[in-house]
Design a binder for this molecule. Structure first.
Ligand code: ACO
Length: 321
């Protein structure tokens, strides 16, 4: 059977790291409050010259290196972001030009924090139907540029960064590597709980992120547990079969609550929210790359990816490495 096999991963972070203590010198907050409510200890913030496309390109290069694949072999680039360099063209096309693999397919996917799951699932479908044989799937964000730095309830939660995976369509056996099952969902009725109060067709400005954190928290735990169960069922495996969960890194308490709902031991959950904060579409591939590079995730492991974000949108995907 043809499956999309993960050939390599990469990531990139801005040069500047901002600790909670540094943030507390500018915003009315404290290290204790942020750590207790979210688990976040620091975040990376893009500086001059660092944009979504530069971070995405660096992550893509690292993933290509890890895969041992030349950029010119890539026929499909899907980049998940809610903070593109420009309203258009798609940031994916800027990455394509920077990598020098022009001529294939390149476009952005916008599903906020679930963007990487949407991009991964779209790329998987396109590879399995033969539209390309090798793909780059990237999650990249510069949320620092849409934060209201006067709003302490949101500005302490987010960071910037990028993560990427290289996928290749391969003919594999039933228990071989590759993406096994994915499920995606959206419910536009909840727009007002998490949105940006600007945009080209409304205010003509970029706008700032607005969030009703408590409500988002409640929906996240329920929706994530539901979609994880759906994917387990689709793949005919149980939570006990999973080696690693690589979740969207929104908040340590959401990670704990979701793991508890599924009886997943905390040791199986990859956590990077303490280092990266919430990097939206970049958070899953950033965490995945960290666990691949430090050797926690090994060939043959069964890995579950999951995310929930603005829209609301949510999804999960199961892959054998
Ligand atoms: N520093 C200090 N105090 C603060 C801060 C801050 N940065 N922010 C809020 N407070 C205060 C509030 O003013 C409030 O004070 P009051 O009791 O005197 O009125 C108090 O802390 C409690 O505020 P709440 O908003 O009720 O705090 P809560 O316990 O709900 O935690 C949080 C807030 C961390 C945002 C939580 O709701 C949460 O994690 N929600 C999930 C949202 C999320 O992760 N979204 C990411 C995008 S979506 C996604 O990725 C899934």
């Amino acid at each position: 059977m043809i499956r999309s096999v993960i050939r390599g991963t990469g990531s990139a972070l801005p040069a500047q790291c901002v600790t909670n203590a540094e943030l507390a010198s500018r915003v009315d907050t404290s290290d204790e409050w942020i750590v207790e409510r979210t688990g976040i200890r620091q975040r990376y913030i893009a500086g001059e010259g660092e944009t979504t496309s530069t971070l995405a390109t660096a992550a893509a290069r690292a993933a290509l290196d890890a895969a041992g694949i030349d950029a010119r072999e890539i026929g499909l680039i899907i980049l998940a972001t809610a903070t593109p360099d420009h309203t258009f063209p798609a940031t994916a096309t800027q990455v394509q030009a920077a990598l020098g693999c022009n001529g294939g397919i390149a476009f952005d996917v916008h599903a906020v924090c679930s963007g990487f799951l949407y991009a991964l699932t779209t790329a998987d479908s396109m590879l399995r139907t033969g539209l390309a044989s090798k793909a780059l799937v990237i999650g990249a964000e510069t949320f620092s540029r849409i934060l209201d730095w006067e709003d302490r309830t949101t500005c302490v939660l987010f960071g910037d960064g990028a993560g990427a995976v290289v996928l290749e369509a391969q003919d594999v056996v039933e228990d071989g590597p590759g993406i096994i099952a994915s499920r995606l969902h959206a419910d536009g009725a909840h727009k007002d709980m998490l949105y940006v109060d600007g945009g080209p067709s409304t205010t003509g400005t970029v706008g700032h992120l607005r969030m009703r954190g408590r409500e988002v928290f409640r929906h996240a735990v329920v929706n994530l547990a539901d979609v994880l169960k759906e994917v387990l069922e689709a793949a005919a495996v149980t939570a006990a079969d999973i080696d690693w969960v690589v979740p969207h890194q929104a908040n340590a308490r959401i990670l704990d609550a979701t793991a508890r709902k599924l009886d997943l031991p905390a040791e199986k959950v990859v956590v990077t929210v303490d280092r990266h904060a919430n990097t939206s579409a970049a958070s899953v591939p950033l965490a995945f790359d960290a666990a691949m590079r430090d050797g926690r995730i090994k060939p043959g492991d069964l890995v579950m990816f999951e995310a929930m974000g603005g829209g609301f949108t949510w999804g999960a995907s199961l892959a054998r490495i």
